[in-house]
Design a protein around this ligand. Structure first.
Ligand code: IMP
Ligand code: MG
Length: 182
């Protein structure tokens, strides 16, 4: 299998069947937790989360709607780096039950910003869901639903990209350091 790996990739961290199994488990858990809610409002964070969200919602068994936000961050590694909304929700979320769906929590800066921004809009409830979380120091933000913990390396596939590459791989793979530390 590894013989077919793209030369940019070091190894597969999470195989396709493992991802699919975990996505089903997450959807099942969310369906149970929100069984009594009139409608769940899922907020996907573009662009990385769209593949995960597409699979997740197709396993939900409860009424829900989907919307998207997009943010850009200044100074990726700078502690002082700011996050800015470049695409916002179409509707107010007052009195809605909301889950933010992210692809990955790295420093936690993006999720923390979105969590506190949406919290300020008066939702009935607000939770967070991420497919993966890197093993490193995070900004303190609640993470209610999580697929996988992974090592602190750059990963691609299943929505995650490096300079728009490798996003559509069905698995999550570690990028070779020489590719992203050039
Ligand atoms: P954070 O604000 O540091 O948590 O970074 C979050 C965003 O950076 C994610 O939503 C991703 O878009 C991007 N990101 C962080 N690490 C990776 C990675 O390993 N692969 C692809 N994208 C990543
Ligand atoms: Mg993202």
């Amino acid at each position: 299998m590894n013989n077919d790996l793209h030369p940019d990739l070091a190894r597969i961290l999470v195989p396709e069947d493992t991802i699919q199994a975990h996505v089903k488990v997450l959807a099942h858990q969310i369906s149970l937790d929100y069984a009594d809610v009139e409608r769940l409002y899922l907020v996907g964070v573009l662009r990385g989360a769209f593949i995960f969200l597409a699979d997740l919602v197709r396993h939900l068994t409860i009424p829900h709607s989907v919307d998207f936000m997009s943010v850009s961050s200044y100074g990726k590694t700078a502690v002082s780096g700011e996050v800015r909304i470049v695409l916002d929700l179409r509707e107010p979320i007052v009195n809605q039950h909301v889950i933010i769906v992210e692809d990955i929590v790295d420093s936690g800066k993006t999720l923390s910003y979105l969590y506190h921004t949406l919290k300020g809009r008066g939702p009935a409830s607000l939770r967070t869901c991420s497919l993966v979380r890197k093993h490193r120091d995070h900004i303190d933000v609640p993470l209610h639903y999580l697929g996988f913990n992974i090592p602190d390396v750059w990963v691609v596939g299943y929505g995650l990209d490096y300079a728009d590459r490798h996003r559509t791989l069905p698995y999550i793979a570690e990028l070779k350091e020489e590719v992203y530390k050039k």
